[in-house]
Design a protein around this ligand. Structure first.
Ligand SMILES: Nc1ncnc2c1ncn2[C@@H]1O[C@H](COP(=O)(O)OP(=O)(O)O)[C@@H](O)[C@H]1O
Ligand SMILES: Nc1ccn([C@H]2C[C@H](O)[C@@H](COP(=O)(O)O)O2)c(=O)n1
Length: 271
């Protein structure tokens, strides 16, 4: 009788939890739709990346990229979510960009982008790749930006604005293509903090990072337009995961409220 009871329990309960399957079968599962904030087109063009392989009841892990303009509030957002036990947070390695063996490629780039753009972006590519391949220590990883935005936004901006020589752009492009072809860079969801360039300009001045004092509003406008073309209008590059857009011009109190409102959608990337 006990055996029958167990069999019945398995029959009813296991189908509800396919990722906890006890068989050795590999299950391919699609993450649930993320509701109205998700951009439909990015979902459809990224179905392969968004599928999840689950084997032997192994715990499914999810990676979320937090994208947005300079000083849009990404670090502040990550700080908030770092208090959640299932989430590990990886901030951008800006301190390395400001100090590699005593040199400051970030500062040099802002002083003379044509000369130092390649130097900074090569180092950004290396340090972001290092972040992407770090073993995960929690079920959900939220990381600030990605090797994709480094290329599609910042390298693109330097090149399009005439501040990066063609040869530098070609070398970085070949490196980038090689990396994404040969190294797995997982992503399940992109959270985009959508701000106006003006808001970022004000927050940038308030943060007062020494290297960034030379940044004009026009620079933030260019970065903004590249982000919008990529993640909202789908006019430039492939989007490697669904996009959750969070309007981020609001004050801190309203932003924390919005983060709470979106918590489920973010955690759902893990289901
Ligand atoms: N919602 C907000 N309202 C006002 N100031 C903010 C808000 N979010 C962040 N800030 C401030 O703006 C500056 C940039 O925020 P930060 O989180 O460092 O941005 P990012 O990591 O995107 O560059 C910081 O001084 C931060 O305290
Ligand atoms: N690929 C990149 C990434 C970032 N930067 C610059 C932009 C900021 O000055 C700084 C850190 O950005 P934040 O986290 O404050 O938005 O690094 C870059 O030039 N290239």
């Amino acid at each position: 009788m006990m055996v029958d009871l167990l069999k019945e329990l398995c029959r009813v309960v296991l189908p509800l939890y396919p990722h906890k399957s006890l068989s050795t079968q590999v299950l391919v599962r699609q993450t649930p739709a993320l509701g109205k904030h998700l951009s439909g087109r990015s979902r459809s063009c990224t179905s392969v990346n968004h599928r999840k392989l689950v084997r032997n009841g192994e715990e499914k892990k999810s990676v979320i990229w937090l994208e947005g303009n300079i000083a849009s509030g990404k670090t502040t957002c990550l700080e908030y979510f770092s208090k959640t036990s299932e989430i590990e947070v990886l901030t951008e390695p800006v301190s390395k960009w400001r100090n590699v063996q005593g040199c400051n490629p970030l500062g040099l780039m802002y002083q003379d982008p044509s000369r130092w753009g390649l130097t900074l972006q090569t180092y950004v590519q290396l340090t972001m790749l290092d972040r992407h391949v770090l073993p995960m220590s929690a079920p959900i990883r939220m990381m600030e930006r990605s090797i994709y935005s480094a290329k599609y936004i910042f390298v693109e901006n330097l090149y399009k604005s005439g501040k990066m020589p063609e040869v530098d752009f070609a070398v970085l492009s070949e490196w980038f293509e090689w990396i994404i072809k040969n190294i797995a860079i997982p992503v399940d969801l992109i959270v985009y903090l959508q701000t106006s360039p003006q808001t970022c300009y004000e927050r940038l001045k308030q943060r007062c990072r020494e290297e960034e004092k030379v940044i004009p509003l026009e620079y933030l406008e260019s970065i903004h337009n590249l982000y919008e073309d990529w993640l909202i209008h789908h006019k430039s590059f492939e989007v490697p995961a669904p996009v959750l857009v969070i309007p981020a011009d609001h004050d801190l109190k309203k932003m924390l409220y919005q983060y709470e409102e979106n918590r489920e959608k973010i955690l759902m990337a893990h289901c």
